[in-house]
Design a protein around this ligand. Sequence first.
Ligand code: FES
Length: 78
Amino acid sequence: MIVCSCNVLSDGQVREALGGRSDRPSVGAIFRHMGCEPRCGRCARNISAIVDQHAAVPSDHCSGAGECDNCRADELAA
Ligand code: FES
């Protein structure tokens, strides 16, 4: 699912950018890591939610592919 229409970024790309990080990077850091920058800012809340979910779930328990309750929270919030 596209989470940033200005930069055409998907939730999967954001999760991939988070990789095995155990910290909670800022939304700006995610954009910088992906070689782009926020434009309209409408996506910041959704990207922040993905970062929060990633930080809350131990990486060895979830691949970020929608298998756990935290991943499905994206669908419920949409
Ligand atoms: S939707 Fe992400 S910057 Fe506009």
